[in-house]
Design a protein around this ligand. Structure first.
Ligand SMILES: [Fe+2]
Length: 245
């Protein structure tokens, strides 16, 4: 079971400062210490307005679902259907496309400190019937990925650690002494192989594209999301998206 983590109210372990909250006072009885979460992986959450979210939902049900939309594909579990190339085909939601691109650039530049300008390159609806699942995967040919959780009720997306055993880079210590995956008695989550990010209708999550993610056994009949990938318009003045078009 992945650790639940609400990205809006994460616990921050204060390295400095006079922290008085009970849980830390309790810890001090065990041993006085401070911990910094260096090299954390950022997952950013921003909200669309209810109206924008409803417009995406209306577009899907009025013009795409069961309307002979041509650009369609099925996932390995065949209760999950993908509908590709949404923003190219429906100009009426172009403002939402621009807003998502703006959010992506905020996450990439202001949060993650990159200087390149991002462009959304791929975009697709995901419609999952009840009990759908998506195996852990990462998005290729992309630096930042995102998903709008349009009609999910209270739901989640599970992220896998990029530092796990089967992906350990060669320059790292190859001696593997696996931790216990039980809850840490001090409340730390550094050992967790998976974290479940809580989402609700209108949440847009952004994450580095190398981060593997997935979900299991959806509860809702008709879980609707829209996913997208982003590439920099230019990288180090040498490469541009235009090179590949
Ligand atoms: Fe994905």
């Amino acid at each position: 079971m992945p650790y639940l983590n609400n990205v809006f109210s994460d616990i921050i372990y204060e390295l400095f400062g006079d922290v008085k909250c009970d849980i830390l006072v309790e810890r001090k009885k065990i041993m006085d210490h401070q911990v910094a979460g260096y090299f954390a992986t950022p997952v950013v959450a921003i909200k669309l307005t209810d109206k924008e979210n409803e417009r995406l939902k209306d577009l899907f049900y009025n013009k795409i679902r069961n309307k002979n939309y041509k650009e369609i594909g099925r996932n390995r579990c065949d209760t999950l259907t993908h509908y590709y190339n949404i923003f190219n085909n429906f100009g009426e939601v172009k403002d939402i496309f621009r807003k998502l691109e703006k959010m992506a650039n905020f996450a990439y530049q202001d949060v993650m400190n990159h200087v390149s300008n991002l462009q959304i390159t791929d975009h697709w609806f995901n419609y999952a019937k009840r009990n759908s699942s998506q195996h852990f995967h990462a998005h290729a040919n992309s630096v930042l990925s995102g998903t709008v959780f349009i009609d999910v009720d209270e739901d989640y997306l599970i992220f896998r650690t990029p530092f796990d055993v089967d992906r350990t880079p060669q320059h790292m210590n190859s001696l593997i002494d696996e931790p216990s995956y039980e809850e840490n008695k001090l409340g730390y989550t550094f050992h967790a192989p998976e974290v479940s990010a809580g989402v609700s209708n209108g949440t847009v999550l952004f994450w580095p594209s190398y981060l593997r993610h997935g979900y299991e056994n959806t509860k809702k009949e008709g879980r609707l999301t829209l996913s997208f990938n982003c590439l920099p318009k230019n990288i180090n003045h040498d490469y541009s998206i235009g090179t590949y078009i």
